[in-house]
Design a protein around this ligand. Structure first.
Ligand code: F6P
Length: 366
């Protein structure tokens, strides 16, 4: 029997979304060239509102190396899932009911969802509600549990590393301090990897609150070692110890009062008070999420996509495809949803970084 399979990309985009969908589609077409694929537009928005495209095999050609997502994406918060789709209209299904209705109306046999942390909460809820869900782990943040790596992560590490490499030479020429802001509001995987790869001198991540004075001392220590420049790689969500001790609302109030453009500028203001060095900020921002997937991510997404196709053909649902111990495997959605993979403080990369002289802003420097 010919299958009808839905597909959507949800949350912030990243490199590898198109190559992952291509992997799924090629696997399914290889099994049955008449497979019907429905592409929902802009993530769960398309599923809720019945906005979709009937895809053709040609739609999945020529997209292996393209960035972004051919289906579009949007952020649809999980906390709104049980709220009315159109608060002022009747009949009034919840967003979840509307998603289930679209799936049933289109007589889908399965729905493939590509997304990160927030997306997996909704994907799991839809599976619990009886839909045949398969997911693929996307995010440059690498914060999904049960997979050694998400796709998009390595591409973003490559870009962030190139940024640090590029800054290195000008920082050296001028003997300046540079603060480079790397994406990652909740976790520091990207900053840690790019920081080590780019030879950052200080790495600040949400998992390790820092003391501003420790950074100043690290800069001075480097100067004493005849290294007048320093590179600080800071994750978007890094906090000082004082900031980390605040409640969520106190922190939000402080941030909005200070009105800095982003974390790099906040740190800039603090360090400027404490040191006489010239400090510059670099914020590559969404550039880290853009452009072509790296060869690693093209390979990973192809393998993950094919595995997703295998699971659909075998009628096995409720799984996220994952990379575990160099094998592509599948993990139950409820082991992934509602969890966030932060960097353990005793992670081997933090240890390696410290032992190669990288500071995290929490050391006692005399
Ligand atoms: O989750 C991926 C991510 O790129 C984070 O690293 C970043 O903090 C966030 O998305 C940015 O979100 P937005 O695209 O909504 O600006």
């Amino acid at each position: 029997m010919t299958l009808r399979v839905g597909m959507l990309t949800s949350g912030g985009d990243c490199q590898g979304l198109n190559s992952a969908m291509r992997g799924v589609a090629k696997r399914l077409y290889e099994a049955d060239q008449n497979t019907e694929i429905i592409g929902f537009l802009d993530g769960f928005y398309g599923l809720m509102n019945g906005a979709y495209r009937e895809m053709k095999s040609a739609d999945f050609s020529g997209i292996l190396a393209t960035g972004g997502t051919i289906l579009g994406t949007s952020r649809q918060p999980f906390k709104l899932l049980e709220t009315p789709l159109h608060p002022d209209a009747a009949p009034n299904p919840t967003r979840k009911e509307a998603m289930i209705r679209t799936y049933r109306d289109l007589k889908l046999d399965a729905l493939v969802i590509l997304g990160g942390n927030g997306t997996h909460k909704t994907a799991n809820a839809l599976f619990q509600a009886g839909l045949n869900i398969i997911t693929l782990p996307k995010t440059i943040d690498n914060d999904l549990y049960e997979t050694d790596s998400t796709f998009g992560f390595q591409s973003a590490v490559n870009i962030a590393t190139e940024v640090i490499d590029g800054i290195h030479s000008t920082a050296t020429s001028h003997g300046r301090v540079f603060i480079i802001e790397i994406m990652g509001h909740k976790v520091g995987w990207l900053t840690l990897h790019a920081g080590i790869a780019g030879g950052a001198d200080v790495i600040l991540i949400p998992e390790i609150p820092y003391e501003p004075m420790a950074i100043v001392k690290a800069i001075r220590k480097r100067e004493a070692q005849k290294k007048p420049f320093s590179i600080i790689a800071i994750a978007e969500g890094a906090k000082s110890k004082a900031e980390a001790s605040l409640s969520k609302s106190e922190y939000a109030a402080r941030i909005s009062k200070e009105r800095h453009l982003s974390v790099a500028y906040r740190l800039w203001a603090v360090l400027n008070e404490l040191t006489v060095k010239e400090i510059r900020c670099v914020v590559p921002g969404h550039f880290q999420r853009g452009g072509s997937p790296s060869p690693y991510d093209r390979v990973l997404t192809t393998a993950l996509g094919v595995k997703a196709g295998d699971y659909i053909l075998d009628k096995k649902f409720g799984f996220m495809m994952a990379l575990r111990n160099n094998e592509i495997s599948a993990v139950p959605l409820d082991k992934v949803a509602h969890r966030m993979k932060a960097i353990p403080k005793d992670h081997y990369l933090i240890d390696a970084a410290r032992k190669t002289g990288i500071y995290f802003g929490d050391e006692k420097i005399i």
